[in-house]
Design a protein around this ligand. Structure first.
Ligand SMILES: [Zn+2]
Length: 237
């Protein structure tokens, strides 16, 4: 009977370990997704900033073209000034030149403003892109680590499954049935330790008499509260 208890304890330990590995494996893809989403969000943010800069650059080019056209018009008007004979016409042309000059000066101001803004945006974007490259490297490293861990966990799980099957062959069918039954009722845990009269499964006290018996016997005893198979574990050693 002692051997059976030892095997059941071992079986429970393997199954619990497999459960922990399962939980980890389930969680790793979630971690991976979070990392990916964080990185993508940052890339989107950098992309928005780049688009914003491109739009300012385009506006600056438009204003440049506008300024060139304005200067051309002004130049032509000034040339025409020499051909004008009548005073009234001359006066109105001077007025026209004044308007053109004002317009060009405002466009110039706008170009200067846009140049300033562009410079500022370019600097910010450069920093953002450098940060993105660092983040990309980190993200790829993390991803690789997670992938490696997934593979290693898969190997561990395989080992657990093999060990479990081997152990099961050594346990009588009747005992195994009891184990499975208790496991089903006990949320996946059938065998638990008891130390200082407290059951690890339900955290309740077992009667002192039972606790004494547990330290001596090799029989399969169950917890009066949670019905799991219990064994005495000496935690002083
Ligand atoms: Zn219990």
């Amino acid at each position: 009977m002692r051997k059976q208890l030892v095997r059941l304890i071992e079986l429970q330990k393997i199954e619990s370990a497999a459960g922990r590995i399962h939980a980890k494996r389930k969680n790793l893809p979630v971690q991976m997704k979070i990392l990916e989403e964080e990185f993508n969000l940052f890339c989107e943010f950098a992309e928005t900033q780049r688009e914003q800069m491109e739009s300012v650059r385009k506006r600056r080019q438009e204003k440049d073209t506008q300024l060139q056209a304005g200067q051309e018009t002004l130049k032509r008007t000034r040339e025409r000034l020499f051909e004008v004979k009548k005073n009234k016409e001359y006066q109105s042309m001077l007025k026209e030149i004044e308007i053109f000059e004002g317009k060009n000066s405002r466009t110039e101001d706008e170009v200067i403003f846009l140049l300033d803004e562009l410079e500022h945006l370019e600097t910010a974007l450069k920093a953002k892109e450098e940060e993105r490259d660092i983040k990309r490297r980190r993200y790829e490293e993390e991803r690789k680590k997670i992938e490696e861990e997934m593979n290693s966990l898969a190997g561990e799980l395989d080992a657990c499954v093999r060990k479990r099957e081997e152990l099961k062959k050594e346990i009588p069918a009747e005992v195994l049935r009891k184990y499975e039954l208790i496991k089903g009722a006990g949320r996946g845990v059938a065998v638990v330790a008891v130390w200082k009269e407290v059951c690890d499964g339900c955290h309740m006290s077992v009667p002192p008499q039972l606790y004494n018996e547990l330290q001596k016997t090799t029989a399969l005893i169950t917890c009066p509260n949670c019905n799991r198979i219990i064994y005495w574990e000496n935690r002083n050693i």
